[in-house]
Each structure stands twice: as structure tokens, then as C-alpha cells.
Design a protein. Structure first.
Ligand SMILES: [Zn+2]
Ligand SMILES: [Zn+2]
Length: 265
């Protein structure tokens, strides 16, 4: 596979790093990005006759591009011989990051509403009804922003029940993550879409299917969204390994690297 991280995927993560480290140099930015991005095999290969890997070359390309030197940031040369470049973010770059964090707040409140719908309701699908659900066409929510897709709380409830209200990450670790008894008289657990619903625009198949829904305890659920790179990857790798073959069986295929870099960074 010749996949590698694309320059445009690095724009937002780079701007976040530049915002937190004004004046950062290209080589420092490469090191910081390596801490948050998952690299493909090709990214780690050394380019012929160069000191750069494919990844560091991609970052250098971004650093020399209009996006970082003009559009969203500014480049200042700091060494006497003109070889070291240093970056700061500009107003448009700050605006771009703000939009991004507003999106994130929307995601958080959407998830609160979703978990609430799941725990407040009672209905559950019968086993024979599940097969028909995967042919449902992804439907956008009519109100508010048009990029949100409908999720079915009844389906999530069914998945939690199918998992006996046990955290799937814990099960894969061979342990139990006890939470508390909910109003419904069972262990409280949450539903998480392994391929997040915000990725729906990139897939033809409906992502709100039981193959893509994971039963997680609130702590593991928080961790998969909010842990650092290693913490997220730890859970994600385990769950991905357990789910990918059934996802593939319904035509949904994504590599772990793509999943992480595009939807979890
Ligand atoms: Zn989630
Ligand atoms: Zn757990």
C-alpha cells in the first residue's frame, strides 16, 4: 500500500500547534505533528538521497505552501543564512480554528442528546429486524446544520443489550468495567460509533448500523474522544480489531490509520 498522510490533512493539526507554539520552526513542527498523527509505512520511509522521510517532506511542502505562509499563517525567516523558517498564525487561521472548536462543541452536545435518548427510551429491535436496518439510507437531520445525520436510539439500545450492558473495551481486555445501575435497572453504558457519524459524508453505506456501534462504559467512551494520542489509539486499535471484519462484511472498509487521522485527531 502506498498510502501516505496528505498535506491537506495536516493543515488544522499544524495550525493548532503553531497557535500553541508561536514562532515554531519547520523541524519542530515536524516533531510535534509526529506526536499527534499516525503515520503510514510510506511516511516513515526515507526519500532517496535525502535526509527527509516522506512525512517530513509533506510537512515541508505544507510549510512552503500558500496556506501557511499567506492564507492562514505567516512565515518569518529567523536564521542569518535564511535557512530556518518560523511560523505564526494569522487572523484567518484563528478563525479557522474557532470554526473547528465550535464543531467540536456541537459534537459534544449532540452526543449528550444521543446518550440521553438512549437511556430514556425503552424500545429495542428484535433480532430478525436488525438485518433490514442496514439498508436504510443515511438521512440528514432537517433542522439546524445540514451536516448532521440521523441516529436511531432504538438501535443503540439494542446494541447495549446485545452486549449485556458490558463495556466492549473491558471485555476485550478480559476485565469488567462496572459503572452504576441506571433507572432501567441495568449497568449504565454508552453507545459510540466506531466510524463517527461526522464521517457519514465520506461513506455511501449508513454508519448508523449495529456493526459500527460500540458499547462502552462512560470512562472508556470519554477516553476514545478525549485521551491523548496513545490513549485514544490504545482503545481504538482494540475495538477496530474486533469490529473491522463485520464492518467489511457490509461493505464498510477503512484502515486504522485513516480512521484515526481523519476522525479522531
Ligand atoms: Zn462517542
Ligand atoms: Zn470501559
Amino acid at each position: 500500500m502506498d498510502k501516505q498522510v496528505h498535506e491537506k490533512e495536516l493543515l488544522i493539526p499544524s495550525l493548532k500547534i503553531i497557535y500553541e507554539n508561536p514562532g515554531i520552526t519547520t523541524s519542530e513542527l515536524i516533531k510535534e505533528l509526529e506526536k499527534v498523527i499516525v503515520l503510514y509505512e510510506k511516511d516513515q520511509k526515507i526519500l532517496n538521497n535525502r535526509n527527509d522521510t516522506y512525512f517530513s517532506q509533506t510537512v515541508r511542502n505544507l510549510c512552503g505552501s500558500h496556506s501557511l505562509t499567506n492564507e492562514f499563517g505567516k512565515c518569518v525567516t529567523i536564521s542569518k543564512n535564511g535557512s530556518v523558517n518560523s511560523f505564526v498564525i494569522n487572523k484567518k487561521g484563528l478563525e479557522l480554528l474557532d470554526i473547528d472548536s465550535a464543531d467540536n462543541i456541537d459534537d459534544i452536545s449532540e452526543d449528550e442528546i444521543y446518550q440521553n435518548e438512549i437511556s430514556e427510551g425503552d424500545s429495542i429491535y428484535a433480532g430478525n429486524e436488525l438485518n433490514d436496518l442496514k439498508n436504510r439510507i443515511p438521512e440528514q437531520k432537517s433542522k439546524s446544520s445540514s451536516t448532521r445525520y440521523k441516529t436511531d436510539a432504538k438501535l443503540a439500545r439494542t446494541v447495549l443489550k446485545m452486549n449485556n450492558y458490558e463495556c466492549e473495551n473491558a471485555k476485550l481486555l478480559g476485565v469488567e468495567h462496572k459503572t452504576f445501575i441506571s433507572k432501567k435497572g441495568v449497568q449504565y453504558q454508552e453507545a459510540h460509533h466506531l466510524i463517527p457519524m461526522k464521517a457519514q459524508k465520506d461513506f455511501i453505506q449508513n454508519l448508523d448500523v449495529f456493526e459500527n456501534i460500540v458499547c462502552l462504559c462512560p470512562l472508556c467512551h470519554k477516553a476514545i474522544h478525549n485521551a491523548n494520542r496513545d490513549g485514544k489509539l490504545d482503545i481504538l486499535t482494540r475495538i477496530y480489531g474486533a469490529k473491522i471484519s463485520s464492518l467489511k462484511s457490509i461493505g464498510i472498509n477503512v484502515s486504522l490509520e485513516d480512521l484515526y487521522n481523519n476522525y479522531y485527531v
